[in-house]
Design a binder for this molecule. Structure first.
Ligand code: PLP
Length: 399
């Protein structure tokens, strides 16, 4: 039989989707399931987005579009970035993709040869590992345990960059931890990055509009504008505008990198669909009341989740300040039993929680941190309190 390419053997199916699928199956079988598993926003874009699509349908050219992204879309993105203080980017600095995931994949192909090193922090968003594996990169994992609030320190970064990785990939606000770096922390990391001019820096900042407690969103180029010649900013419509299925992602950075991503697009996808482009422009240019309201709602939900985490003895849970995730360290409960079933690790714990209480969370090992589990609190508001109550009951029953 003919053989597959080695890279497909390195690609793994998503552990997050596996939990979500199991929860879905149990629900279809009639079980009462509350899902804290998948990181999808619980809202739809505003009516103006749908109106723009209807309008675009009446003008559909049916033709291929720009590999980079239409001028109007790039201009809307440039204006969007300016709102968070990322200014001075032109169309030549930007490119679009079918979601941030696709943009990151394009960047991995454009920047990493087989055997090149990419460094990133643990816990990580699962796709970083898979994308790096698929392109055959070597991965330098930088452990950021709960004891250091899941944040990378300047000393750790210094040690990692001294090994001259080709790419350093950074995620702020973070999935799965919800951690957000303060301006002082970003300044200190930017000082380290400035010492190592041979490393590209990708900042996956797709949750940049979901920052709580007034701490603000900060990027390395805010600290050191000269880093713009190798820092690549990533954004997406998925989480901010409740549009994950519309698949729109962006990058902004050096002209040469945007050109490389454009070349990848010309070979992979050609262009974003015309209706999607219309929707994306409407979302970016239109009223921003929905993202602002959602950010306030998520902050309140974060508080609700944290109150429960803080009340359960043995759970260690650094307080997140962004995105919509909480990442408690539950390892104090490993070795205990639930209903006579031994809980050896995060996977056993998530299975028992789902099977006994109908609450779906993602095991931390999916993100490289097997002591924890991820709670995504985007479920409908009325489900949050009962879901958390079941969570609390479950831990009280472990013995
Ligand atoms: N980056 C991070 C940190 C994410 O959490 C996700 C989605 O969960 C993505 C990128 C992918 O975003 P998109 O839907 O734009 O591909």
């Amino acid at each position: 039989m003919p053989q597959f390419a080695a890279r497909i053997g390195r690609a793994k199916p998503s552990a997050i989707m596996a939990v979500a699928e199991k929860a879905k199956r149990l629900k279809a079988e009639g079980h009462d399931i509350i899902s804290f598993s998948i990181g999808v926003p619980n809202f739809l874009p505003g009516e103006h987005v749908y109106a723009a699509v209807r309008e675009a349908l009446t003008k559909d050219s049916g033709q291929y579009g720009s590999n980079r992204g239409s001028d109007a879309l790039l201009d809307a993105f440039i204006e969007h970035m300016a709102q968070v203080g990322l200014t001075g980017y032109g169309r030549v600095n930007c490119a679009t993709g079918i979601g941030a995931k696709h943009v990151i994949y394009n960047l991995a192909e454009a920047l990493l040869d087989e055997g090149d090193t990419i460094a990133f922090a643990v816990p990580y968003w699962t796709s970083y590992l898979d994308i790096a594996d698929i392109v055959g990169a070597r991965i330098d994992l930088l452990p950021c345990p709960p004891e250091q609030h899941y944040k990378l320190t300047p000393a750790q970064l210094d040690a990692a960059l001294a090994k001259k990785p080709k790419v350093f990939l950074f995620n702020n606000p973070n999935n799965p931890t919800g951690m957000v770096y303060t301006r002082a922390e970003i300044d200190a990391l930017a000082d380290v990055i400035a010492k190592y001019p041979d490393t590209w820096v990708i900042t996956d900042d797709i949750y940049n509009r979901m920052v709580f407690d007034g701490i603000g969103y900060h990027n390395f180029v805010h600290s050191r504008p000269e880093l713009r010649d190798r820092v690549i900013f990533i954004d997406s419509l998925s989480k901010t505008y409740g549009m994950p299925g519309w698949r729109v992602g962006f990058m902004a950075g050096p002209e040469s990198v945007a050109a490389a991503v454009t070349t990848m697009n010309s070979n992979h996808i050609t262009n974003l669909p015309e209706m999607v482009v219309a929707a994306a422009i409407a979302a970016l240019d239109g009223p921003q009341a929905i993202p602002a309201a959602k950010c306030a709602e998520f902050q309140a939900k974060r508080d609700q989740v944290m109150a429960v985490m803080d009340s359960i003895p043995g759970i260690v849970c650094p307080k997140p300040q962004g995105a919509f995730y909480v990442f408690p360290d539950v390892s104090a409960y490993f070795g205990k039993s639930h209903d006579g079933k031994k809980i050896a690790n995060d996977i056993d714990l998530c299975n028992a929680l789902l099977e006994s209480k109908g609450v779906a969370c993602v095991p931390g090992s999916a993100f490289g941190e097997p002591r924890a589990l991820r709670i995504s609190y985007t479920c409908p508001t009325p489900q949050l309190a009962p879901g958390l109550e079941r969570f609390r009951e479950f831990f009280a029953e472990l013995n």
